[in-house]
Design a protein around this ligand. Sequence first.
Ligand SMILES: [Zn+2]
Length: 294
Amino acid sequence: MATEQSARSFRERFDTKCQELFSAKGLNSFYFSNEQYLEIINSVKSAKEAKSKTTLQYRRLKRFDLCSVSGVEKLIAPLSSSETTIKYYVTNDEMFDILHETHLAVGHGGKHRMEKECKKKYKNITQEVIKLYLRLCEPCQKKLKSAKKGIVVKPLVSTEMNSRCQVDLIDMQSNPDGDFKFIMVYQDHLTKFVQLRALTSKRAVEVAYKLLDIFCIFGAPSILQSDNGREFANHVIEELCSMWSGLKIVHGKPRHSQSQGSVERANQDVQNMLMTWMNDENCKRWSEGLKFVQ
Ligand SMILES: [Zn+2]
């Protein structure tokens, strides 16, 4: 399969770059080959057993401890009395799988997100390795290129839930799921709460119909805006008003400097998470995946 192939070459590219990094760092660094890892395990063991310990042995025990995971000895950071979660040292060979799994789990999250996740469980996944990984992740690189730089985002203050909401469509025509070809992303500006629906078309009737479902549960906004164009928004509002005669709703200008931040991020997050879900489940039915992303 194409995805497996690209995952393999991704690993190869990562390993090559890592080799350069690891060999430049030498011994006693944060990076361990399988051999070095076993050596340290053995030296920690003998340091623990030694009745009178050398300075070096004290230093070893300050940095390393052992723990057995289903019969296999693992190198961990010593737990202080207040700590409860074990942090593992990993070998160079294990790096890629851990980074890849973590990265997909956080929906192609960036540097800070990755660092935070890795730190929870691992002791020696460094910033350098994370950066190296991210530079090689193709979806992330594409995302960076398409990101608009230098937009100053001023938050728009909404004081009531539903006062201002935004509806956008993500075009999935190149990757349809049965009859479904669009994703409707509906966001309340105040709460940032996002609702997702799969659509078969971008016709205003269909969009309005799905919106009506949401309005009937959460209430209707007084202002509806869209980045899909004024005409689109106007048509949707017309349809809505014909379905719900008492509805009072106007079209708000999507003033870009203000609205774009969180909404664009939401649309991008949705796409990333959906892609991750399809990869993980090996399933192309994104209309199903939407429910989990939601
Ligand atoms: Zn990525």
